[in-house]
Design a protein around this ligand. Structure first.
Ligand code: PMP
Length: 371
């Protein structure tokens, strides 16, 4: 043995000490495009395809040059919070918590409620991190299947709430990976019936015609979760939670003291100094989405599901074949086949720039998705 048996000993200790449910996992799969990522048409991760406008870029670089990096950042992120409140219409009397992406906030919420016997509930298929974070916190996860058209079945979910008494319910609104908005009345009924916290995850709010943000002050058990990731700022990692101050005060105790670094804090203030560019880019993405949806619907053998996000979910005859065919053409989308029985032969494609969507459509036409 070249390393004197050290790797064997490490494996033996790992197997004895690390929780078996963790050993059984594979790490979160981020697609590898290799060193030539720029040569790929990357439509797998719901990123905004547009760069920053030049004026915003200039403001950002000036702000970053002023950052004091030998000191810890402001632990409470007061500057970025002010910027977010005024730029994004956060109700004044609501509490606000910042996270290193909304991913971190989901983990914080689950750890805060993870007392023995606690249940985390979400419809499925939905964002996988709700289930994963429940597992990390040794908390039971209950997935309630959606209908075949990906709508919520209110009777099933209300029965699950009565049976399980969940500490927290996660509802992605619009839902990832299905793209649809659940019915407002169903969510209201869930909030009303829920004995615990209801998280409405509005990661895709900028592409949807509905939001629960304004209802936070009226609803003591509602938390609205958002992120800057889908509106052109995925690289800075900033998510935010809006809820009654009593919730935010407790969640804040679970947060790592310096979870939002100084560069990100400075970037938020510079990027949100004016927000027209965010709305303009979101409008361009929505217009491209409409074009992509109708072009996809014209392809034989492609079923397009309604979307209120920056991605489109489709069902084809053989998703694996279409996915591999796109990959050989350096077009990366998400293959959802095998994720959940309701997603058999489904593919998720992020809305890209017009020229990227054209490449996708041309490749799909060649691949004949009806076969
Ligand atoms: N919620 C939903 C519904 C998502 O789809 C995602 C990202 N795919 C996130 C939260 C996490 O986003 P981030 O950590 O980038 O804020």
């Amino acid at each position: 043995m070249t390393d004197g048996g050290r790797s064997f000993l490490a494996e033996e200790t790992v197997a004895r000490v690390v929780r078996p449910e963790i050993c059984a996992l594979s790490a979160y799969a981020v697609a590898k495009t290799g060193p030539n990522a720029n040569e790929w048409v990357k439509l797998d991760a719901m990123e905004n395809p547009y760069p920053l406008p030049d004026t915003v870029k200039a403001r950002l670089s000036a702000a970053l040059a002023r950052v004091v990096i030998n000191r810890y950042p402001d632990a409470n992120g007061e500057g970025p919070k002010r910027a977010l409140r005024s730029a994004l219409g956060i109700p004044e009397d609501a509490g606000l918590l910042l996270g290193n992406g909304s991913d971190e906030l989901i983990q914080i919420i689950v750890s805060a409620v993870a007392r023995p016997g606690a249940v985390v509930l979400a419809p499925e298929p939905s964002f996988v991190m709700y289930r994963m974070d429940a597992l990390y916190a040794s908390t039971r996860f209950v997935g309630v299947p959606l209908n075949h058209d990906f709508s919520l079945d209110p009777d099933t979910i209300l029965a699950a709430i009565a049976r399980e008494s969940p500490a927290v319910i996660f509802l992605a609104y619009p839902n990832n990976p299905t793209g649809n908005l659940f019915a407002d009345a169903d969510l209201e009924a869930i909030i009303e019936a829920s004995p615990g916290l209801v998280v409405i995850d509005e990661a895709y709010y900028a592409f949807a015609d509905a939001s629960f943000l304004a209802r936070v002050p009226e609803r003591p058990n509602l938390l609205v979760l958002r992120t800057l990731s889908k509106v052109g700022m995925a690289g800075i990692r900033l998510g935010y939670a809006v809820a009654a101050p009593a919730w935010i005060a407790e969640l804040n105790k679970v947060r790592q003291p310096y979870n939002v670094n100084a560069l990100t804090q400075a970037a938020i203030e510079a990027l949100l100094f004016e927000t027209d560019w965010i709305a303009e880019q979101a409008a361009a993405i929505r217009a491209e989405r409409t074009r992509l949806e109708s072009a996809l619907a014209r392809l034989p053998g492609v079923r397009v599901y309604p979307t209120q996000t920056n991605f489109v979910l489709v069902r084809v005859t053989d998703a694996n074949r279409v996915f591999d065919g796109l990959k050989t053409r350096r077009i990366l989308i998400k293959n959802l086949n095998g994720w959940h029985p309701l997603l058999a032969n489904c593919l998720r494609m992020t809305v890209g720039k017009p020229e990227e969507n054209d490449l996708l459509l041309a490749a799909l036409a060649e691949l004949e998705p009806s076969k």
